[in-house]
Design a protein around this ligand. Structure first.
Ligand code: HEM
Length: 397
């Protein structure tokens, strides 16, 4: 078996690579490369193939509707509030902050409390082994992480860490999810695999997105100011964040989309050809792995003028309609795209809005500019991103 490298195709016909081939691959192929190193998670949704994947995905999908996410919003708010409280002492002392130390635990706490119904409170204990292990796990590419599917020891670990049960709303939610899974005829093993995988698939991706948001806003104060104006007019006087208003904030959405363009956590996507197919004069043999270079597409100057610049207006209502969906792929595409996209967007937006209601980010002597990137797998910074936070006055300046 050999691999068809997309840069080779780019030389043959760039347009084919950017639109038609990418589209066809996402439509026809629904399996990723499976290295069979999945440990106990061989039946997790991100790893399963064909009929088993289809069955599991159909059962899980209803858990990610807007209605369900809205139910989880209270849990998310509990953690976003803790996040801003934890930042308070750092800000007061004028300390330089490794921003991942805050957004990482926030993301982990949200994922674990929504998936397992337990409050890990890692934000008060950032050296918690769960965070350390999960971060190490994600030094690899998303596909590799999906294939590795490790952490079979995850559940005993939770016990060892002496986790406390979360509040009733969450427990009830969790029960409903599990009952639905049972009703959908998932085996107990399949249920544990899905919940474990969901918690980990969402952790590092969401944490990285928040870290890059903070970095980009610190480096672009005029963008941050405009976003804070939108936040203040949507939730006056640092008022409570409401779900409906949050998801409708236009500039916030532009800022997040632009951040995911510049820093898509999954640098590339993969699909395996199930059968030999011929697409626009190109034969892709059965079992060949096709890689879509998302990071490169997102920084292609033909598609994105001044690609290195952080310009949220690229995603404004007027400009958005000119974007070819196969050239902007932070959550993948097609039937096998990210099942947690909507959930991630809400949890990331919530944390950002609550932090920006109270603080502004700023670069300092310790901030690395330009950033050195870790090209190993998930697109992350090579070194910790260090920033300063400044408290905003009541009036919000
Ligand atoms: C900003 C945050 C996130 C980003 C950028 C992201 C990105 C991605 C990408 C690029 C893929 C591969 C899609 C494809 O191959 O077409 C993926 C798959 C997946 N993601 Fe996410 N993700 C995020 C958050 C989440 C969250 C919060 C969850 C769970 C709650 C989640 C669960 C999954 C699962 C289960 C898959 C595999 C789906 C399947 O194979 O059917 N992700 N994600």
């Amino acid at each position: 078996m050999y691999e068809l490298k997309l840069p080779m195709l780019a030389v043959m016909d760039p347009e084919m690579l950017k639109t038609i081939l990418v589209k066809e691959c996402f439509t026809y192929f629904t399996n990723r490369r499976n290295l069979r190193l999945n440990g106990d998670l061989y039946d997790a949704v991100s790893i399963a193939e064909d009929d088993q994947w289809r069955r599991i995905r159909n059962i899980l999908s209803p858990s990610f509707t807007s209605g369900r996410i809205k139910e989880m919003f209270t849990i998310m708010k509990h953690h976003s509030h803790k996040l801003t409280t934890c930042l308070q002492s750092k800000v007061r002392n004028g300390e330089v902050v490794n921003i991942k130390d805050f957004f990482g635990p926030y993301s982990m706490d949200v994922m674990v409390s929504c998936a397992f119904s337990v409050d890990m409170d890692t934000i008060s204990n950032p050296s918690c082994p769960l965070i350390t292990h999960a971060s190490k796990l994600f030094r690899f590419s998303l596909p590799l992480f999906i294939f590795q599917g490790c952490f079979p020891f995850f559940l005993p670990l939770l016990e060892l860490l002496g986790v406390s049960f979360f509040r009733k709303t969450s427990t009830a939610f969790f029960k409903t999810v599990v009952e639905k899974m049972r009703a959908g005829r998932l085996t107990d093993h399949e249920i544990v695999s899905q919940i474990t995988m969901l918690a980990f698939a969402g952790y590092e991706t969401s944490a990285l997105t928040l870290v890059f948001l903070a970095y980009n806003l610190a480096r672009n104060p005029e963008v941050m100011k405009r976003l804070q104006e939108e936040i203040d007019s949507t939730f006056p006087n640092k008022g409570p964040i409401e779900y409906e208003a949050l998801v409708q904030m236009e500039y916030l959405d532009c800022v997040l989309c632009e951040c995911l363009r510049l820093y898509p956590p999954a640098a590339r996507l993969e699909r395996t050809a199930k059968e030999t197919v011929r697409i626009n004069r190109i034969t892709i043999p059965k079992d060949m792995v096709v890689m879509v270079p998302v990071y490169a597409l997102h920084r292609d100057p033909e598609l994105w003028p001044e690609p290195e610049e952080f310009k949220p207006e690229r995603f404004s209502k007027e400009n958005k309609q000119n974007i070819n969906p196969y050239t902007y792929l932070p959550f993948g595409f097609g039937p096998r795209n990210c099942i947690g996209m909507r959930f991630a967007l809400v949890m990331v937006k919530l944390a950002l809005v609550e932090v920006l209601q109270n603080y502004s980010f700023s670069v300092c002597a310790e901030t690395e500019i330009p950033l050195k990137m870790d090209a190993e797998g998930l697109v992350g910074p090579l070194n910790p991103i260090k920033l300063k936070l400044v408290t905003r006055s009541i009036k919000g300046n």
